[in-house]
Design a protein around this ligand. Sequence first.
Ligand code: ATP
Ligand code: MG
Length: 456
Amino acid sequence: MISKPSKIYLVDDDADLRAATAQWLELADYQVETFSDAPSALARIRPDMSAVVISDVKMPKMDGMEFLARLTALDKDLPVVLITAHGDVQMAVKAIRQGAYEFIEKPFEPERLLDVLQRASEKRRLVLENRDLRRRLSGSVDMGKRLIGDCPAIQRLRAELLDVADTDAPVLIQGETGTGKEVVAQCLHEFSARQKGKFVAVNCGAIPENMVESELFGHERGAFTGADRRRIGRFEFAQGGSLFLDEIGTMPLSLQVKVLRALQEREIVRIGSNEPPPIDIRLISATHCDLLAECASARFREDLYYRINVVELRVPPLRERGGDILLLFDYFLAQSAVTYKRPAVSMRAIDAALLMSHNWPGNVRELKNVAERFVLSSLPEAQRLAAILGTSCQTTAGPESSALQELMRHYERGLLEHALTRHKGDVQLVMEELNLPRRTLNEKMTRHNLERKDFT
Ligand SMILES: Nc1ncnc2c1ncn2[C@@H]1O[C@H](COP(=O)(O)OP(=O)(O)OP(=O)(O)O)[C@@H](O)[C@H]1O
Ligand SMILES: [Mg+2]
């Protein structure tokens, strides 16, 4: 199937020819915009447009050849079809050499023009598809350096991020503490057209309740006692950029009403002012709590929930990311070595097993802290990680040697323990999650000295 480009730009100083050609094109289902001179067409044409340009050659103000040169400078792959009444072979050759897609002599049959347009549109479609693909590819490479991780869940998250980054749709980021919600929010901003604007983060839980309104919306001088200067609020400060409302679940109900109104009316009302400036922001929110449950218990407004949650991104906890734990740990080790000017260290297989069987309640932030302490620690390498993990959280005793079998045994125990804890000792659920027959699970629990009652 050949898709039509969204637009044909038709430039000719001959009003009759313009009207007649536009009519044919519209009958053939093209969307046409007509211009009597090249400069006014140039003012409308942007790079990356899904469009084909048809232009006369002899025109006042700017001729077709000059117009062609300007268009190729703007977007070298934009198809330009030149039409001329003067059967000038030399000019035709020159035009093609300079990048014109095709050269048509007047008078021409409508079919001839339609045929050329169909080919030009198809070529344009392929060029745009290809550009988009390349951009996505380089985008995902760059984002891979910001939001590290190879597991399927993180790969999916990066793809979703790239899909929505360049829209203005409000995004709600959900994830446990320390999973990387702020990194995701920053990526949304950096990979959007708003990247040159500001990224303004507000921690909704950290501002005293009586200050929140003026913090978000600003106030006029003299709006209340103590307001000795006009203050620009965070909403206004983020104009042209992105506003990140972190921990939105902690926002007091009274403020939720005002935020909802601002988003609905798309205006900000400074306290004490009645000239609301229009809002031009991309809203990103984050929460670690289940907002729908908060709605159900009337602690969060449902109407606000649906406003902020047009797109929902979930950041998975570290324990669901498998090998990413090691990938991230290596990355943080290297980063900390640079930050603290310490020699590079690497982890031993036995450390890897310890990391994999740890529970990570503090997620990536906890992992990063452990890596920093690992780099800074003066303990012998063999004791280092066990000592750090032992103090930061309870882990079962580490593997005794780095023989693969021992590491696997240790890792298996960690996984079983973790699944049993998660399902509160419900063996049926553990069997389902790990896809194990009951008999095998029982054998393994006995071998690892794990008892169901310790987890209920
Ligand atoms: N995928 C990742 N790649 C690289 N660094 C990460 C990644 N995820 C998190 N981090 C780092 O881990 C730390 C915690 O991340 P971040 O502050 O984004 O988490 P959060 O979900 O906002 O945490 P909280 O719930 O405590 O606000 C930061 O230092 C961040 O740079
Ligand atoms: Mg955060």
